[in-house]
Design a protein around this ligand. Structure first.
Ligand code: SER
Length: 317
């Protein structure tokens, strides 16, 4: 019999695509979506959905027991830019939801957990290029502090209680199906929407700010791959570095201009520039490659190709 899965934060940018991918793989009735708000019609109509606040332990436990859930993917989080505006709410959501899920696993109510970390765990003292798996991690953002603390909790629950928790440090994720919200890397999605609408784009980061990024299909593939591999293969129980591509806003604009020669971008950096400046430019993901055969597929040109093709034919415009 297939295992049953619960996704917390299923209606967000990653959760939406992850839910659909898992339903395709394990069966619609085996993957329960949950969020504090409803999602798009494809998600709502393809399987069970529960309105659920991930910070409410009893509510999460009830759903876990009701559906006899074995695996939880915890995708609910407040991202970097929003977290700077609401530090205590971000800490509450990002930390308590994780501790609830880890405690359910510790008490053997579920058997496996996926929780995403981020490049935001790094700070300005971290080596910027090819940032290694193990390095200085002095994050200077509320979001980064919550992800770094979360990584320590994951490693602790694994060592102390044998909890099977698995994690990757996502770079900025580029997708067309669901809009992101409140991230510093969101410009790399907004820019495509503006290009397709024939609008000049005002970028909130400087043109030479190079950040690690990844196309959503790669991120979903990595997430499913790390969850499906043998527990013995997972050597990092904090979180794995994960790399796709790295580019600057100017390079992204250039790749769009190959298809839209008149596309214009202005640069008006705001408070998000400081966040971006504290993050790495590129990531060394050799541990993930070695331990569970990770390899990204999409580079900037393929990403631009896919984004333009899919946004053109979708009704999200
Ligand atoms: N994309 C995220 C953000 O900008 C980083 O994990 O907050």
């Amino acid at each position: 019999m297939q295992k049953s899965i619960l996704i917390l934060g299923a209606c967000g940018q990653i959760g939406t695509e992850l839910t659909m991918a898992l339903r395709e793989r394990y069966g619609n009735d085996k993957v329960i979506a949950s969020d504090i708000r409803e999602g798009n019609s494809a998600l709502m109509e393809s399987g069970s959905f529960e309105l659920l606040d991930a910070t409410n332990y009893e509510a999460v436990e009830n759903i876990v027991m009701h559906y006899e859930i074995e695996e939880v993917y915890l995708m609910a989080a407040m991202l970097s830019a929003t977290a700077e505006k609401f530090p205590m709410r971000a800490w509450d959501l990002n930390m308590n939801s994780l501790l609830h899920v880890l405690n359910l696993a510790k008490d053997k109510k579920i058997s496996k957990v996926f929780w995403p970390s981020s490049i935001a765990v790094f700070g300005s003292n971290t080596p910027k290029e090819d940032t290694p798996q193990h390095t200085i991690m002095e994050s200077s953002t509320v979001y980064g502090i919550s992800k770094q603390a979360g990584e320590r909790w994951c490693a602790y629950y694994h060592k102390k209680y044998g909890v099977d928790v698995r994690s990757v440090r996502y770079p900025g994720l580029i997708s067309w199906k669901t809009l992101p919200g409140g991230g510093t890397t969101d410009y790399a999605i907004d820019i495509y929407h503006n290009a397709l609408a024939n609008k000049k784009y005002s970028c909130f980061l400087k043109q030479d700010t190079k950040l690690p990024m990844m196309y959503m299909d790669d991120a979903i593939r990595a997430t499913i791959a790390i969850m499906e591999c043998d527990a013995e293969a997972i050597k990092e129980r904090s979180s794995y570095n994960l790399a796709g591509m790295s580019f600057t806003p100017a390079e992204l604009a250039e790749s769009i201009r190959k298809r839209f020669p008149n596309f214009e971008v202005e640069y008006h950096p705001d408070f998000r520039q400081d966040i971006a400046d504290s993050w790495p430019s590129s990531i060394d993901d050799s541990e993930a490659r070695k331990d569970w055969n990770w390899k990204s597929e999409f580079d900037l040109e393929q990403t631009t190709e896919e984004m333009i093709k899919n946004l053109r034919s979708s009704d999200t415009l």
